[in-house]
Design a protein around this ligand. Structure first.
Ligand code: TRH
Length: 384
């Protein structure tokens, strides 16, 4: 249903691609499914262009997928604030813009979109208001989450149907491999995608795969874990398109894909190694087993977050399967090279159970309302 509402989404790229990954997905969905006039302010268009090749770095204004994309830089232009203002991950909109929000009638709904966590406190903090210290403005915290009482997860309206169709259609998958420039998987081969931060466990896992009885084909985005790969394969450079082989392992380097193509990669692999926030969520929607590397935070703030998700995700799994999964996830996140090989063996033994569980989990997530719908409804209530 088209709306006359306007939205401004502010995004600073701290590092990596998660900040823009989340904002871009949200902006696209609000424009496409809610008919909203969405303006996305991004301070780093070069990072954005990696996951959306339409974007031309250096342009102040451009359009893609029904979204107006603006380069966020100083001096910030004197624009009229939108009806709804979303700052992603407490990125603080420019002072001049906040002053304009305070002067605007009616006042905008102001949202701080927070990081995803499975921890219990999230339900208590979701949707809480925070009055501005001196302007007549109220900001609301909006927390994504896995359970009722949180903001939910990003998921497009047709995500499950599109995924199911793709996973059932050999022709669609064959077309995908062709566009990627990679031969279709061979029978009996384990197909893995590997997106992670550099750590000592990478080499150990590559070794375990190379030595295992099942051939593994692992697809890695360019520019990630380069040091581990060059050392393991004894090569000097890695470019997109490179294929490296050692014993039972083949590694293919692919250029960063746009988000929709990356989704298809996750849907087609038997196992996805993902990181951060957005690829982690998309791997869950892929309904395939996953190995998550959480974004490491200062003072170990990420460990309770990892454990909270493990506890939630493993509900309903037999105890031995839970133990095998948790062992590999913990070894991977600690970069514990010595623990990786035995942990991989345990994980592999439980692969059928883990596959069935990944399908059940994705089905369970699909029963909840998605984040964009929850957020749009929440903001309408604030604006009333
Ligand atoms: O890049 P990340 O490590 O981002 C991180 C996290 O979001 C973390 O929470 C945040 O604090 C930190 O950045 C600053 O991982 P993430 O979240 O998975 O984001 C990657 C995005 O890139 C995601 O939207 C998927 C997308 N992507 C593509 O579109 N194409 C690709 O080929 C690949 C590999 C990823």
């Amino acid at each position: 249903m088209p709306s006359t509402r306007t939205w401004d989404i502010f995004c600073t790229v701290v590092d990596n691609y998660g900040d823009i990954g989340v904002c871009w997905r949200l902006a696209r969905q609000l424009a496409a499914e809610h008919g909203l006039g969405v303006r996305l302010w991004v301070d780093d268009l070069a990072s954005f262009a990696k996951i959306c090749p339409d974007i031309v770095p250096g342009r102040d204004a451009q359009h893609s997928h029904g979204v107006e994309v603006r380069w966020w830089r100083e001096p910030f232009p004197a624009v009229r604030p939108a009806d709804v203002v979303v700052e992603a991950f407490a990125c603080n909109p420019p002072a001049s813009y906040v002053a304009a929000m305070a002067a605007r009638q009616p006042k905008p709904a102001w949202i701080n979109l927070e990081f995803l966590s499975a921890e219990n406190w999230v339900q208590g903090c979701h949707a809480l208001p925070s009055p501005h210290p001196f302007f007549p403005l109220v900001k609301h915290f909006f927390f994504p989450g896995f359970v009722a009482g949180t903001g939910g997860l990003l998921a497009e309206q047709n995500l499950v149907q599109t995924r199911d169709r793709f996973q059932r259609s050999a022709a669609e998958r064959a077309r995908f491999w062709e566009v990627l420039g990679v031969p279709a998987p061979r029978a009996g081969e384990l197909q893995v995608s590997l997106f992670c931060y550099p750590h000592d466990g990478v080499d150990a896992l590559l070794r375990a795969w190379a030595a295992g009885g099942t051939p593994v084909r692992c697809l890695v985005p360019e520019g990630t874990v380069t040091a581990a790969l060059t050392t393991f394969f004894g090569v000097e450079h890695l470019a997109p398109g490179a294929i490296l082989r050692k014993a039972g392992l083949e590694v293919g380097i692919f250029p960063f894909l746009d988000q929709d193509s990356y989704d298809r990669l996750l849907w087609t692999c038997d196992l996805n190694l993902v990181r951060g926030e957005d690829s982690f969520v998309r791997a869950q929607w892929a309904a395939r087993p996953l190995l998550w590397q959480i974004y490491p935070q200062k003072e170990g703030a990420h460990w309770p977050k990892l454990e909270a998700f493990l506890e939630m995700y493993c509900q309903g799994l037999p105890a031995e399967t839970t133990a095998a999964l948790a062992q590999l996830w913990r070894a991977w996140n600690h970069g514990d090279a010595a623990a990786i090989a035995p942990a991989w063996t345990g994980f592999w033994e439980h692969r059928l159970e883990l596959q069935a569980h990944a399908e059940r989990w994705a089905g369970r997530l699909a029963q909840s309302e998605n984040l964009a719908n929850n957020l749009a409804r929440f903001c309408e209530n604030v604006l009333k």
